[in-house]
Write a protein of this length. Sequence first.
Length: 515
Amino acid sequence: MSDYDSFDQVIPSTPALTMNPRRTQQGKLALLPAEILFEITGEPGEHGWILSRQDLKNLALSCSSLFYFTRPVFYAADNFIIFRNAVRHADVEVMERCEAVGGTTDTQWAVSCQCQHEYHWPIDDLVECTFLGSASIDKCIEALQWLLQRSYKANDHECQVRDSHNETCSHMPELLITTLYQSRDRARVKGVCEMIWLLHNHGYSLPFYINRSKISRIRCPVKKADPFLIRKPMDVALRSCCPPSFLEVLLQEWHNHVSDPGRAGSRITDFRLQQTTHLGNMAWGLFLDLLDPSTSWKEAYLGEAVDIFQRKIDLLIEYHAVDSEEIQYFQSILEALQDISRTADPLGGFDRDRDEKECWQRLCDALRLCDSNQGRAEEDTSILTNHQSSIRIHRFILPFGWLPWGLWFNHELQKPKFRAEMSYVWMKHPMWRLVKEKDGPWHDSEWHRLFESDATMRRLPYWSETSYEEFLAAAEKAWLWLEDFERRNAEQMLIRSRHWERICVSIVEEESRTE
């Protein structure tokens, strides 16, 4: 914190060496009355002290009298910038020093980062510090405890559906959930969960939605369905890298909203509180945690992912968050994870090149049971507008348009060897290219276009009725059909254009002859 040195680092805080300022210091500044000193430093105004922090520091260095006089003013200067900087670095020692001289505040500060907020409270800077890893997770926990013990605001800025009747939001900052989702180090994950527990125990709920403003700006249906884009806390809670304690916090909050806590598949009367979780995206997350190196989460022992998932199933049942059919779905996925673990055991663990395709196919096989009950995705919709009826607070579904083989193709596309060896009919298109987003994944432009068309989607076989290789062969045929369809459309438009051009020319000629 060299840019914001405290007074205690400049001059000792105890006046032991200044028994009598008139004897030890001959400068005229030491003899000035308090009224004149106030004229120098400025008095507190509506927006803080008149002099800047740096000017006050320079005055403090000029004589000991000014040091003791300006010390409290220094900590409040520039809208309490010393305190803000301490929060940004989770430095509780400096935060306490600021408090001792009245240099703390629950004020708001202008936002200097590229985030959606117009201003920040202390909690926002601390959560941002946690997200960026600017301080150790233990220091962040200690700083959060310090703020909560002193009743600092710790809620998010944007109201969500549960806050519609409140003047202020009651949920914790959603950036903290994003931090949990992106963390893979076990100590860091445990620490972020502890911060969530602290906020939960102080009355702050989990956000109902996550990334809502970001999702609302996405226009492409393919990108909007991205399984990596988290939409709610449950998307994070079911990942293997996320401990069961986070799921328990979420289920406790659901328990507080339901009308009949003891009923399986807990129900609510406010339809706006209903949510669904995509089982296919959940299975994809379980697969990535096991075998994708980009997640960086590794099992502490072979079968740990199975034990974690089993514990989460037990919690869902304990809190009546699933019905009998959903329990079957989860048991089917659990059995798939157990089979995957048993297969890897005699081989000494998982090998990405050897095991990942078989693992994904095994998880897809487990989801065929869910696929046989597609009608569940539409159940209860007839009563969503009936406020007197109760509905499920949450449901696990497998949407009809889910494409597990499309996910697998994009997963393979991230491998240099696959990109070098791939050979598909759409690669002959003059506009075909492989595109890599900044710090993002690779995309095949024509593959992307194939799934943006409803006409080609209808020509693809349903995933549960075909293999990955058969799906790719069908995708090539669908792309050829799309090319032919667009070519014929272009020809028809050209014919129509020329037809109207001839009509216009004949009209002009007719008018010329008439004149």
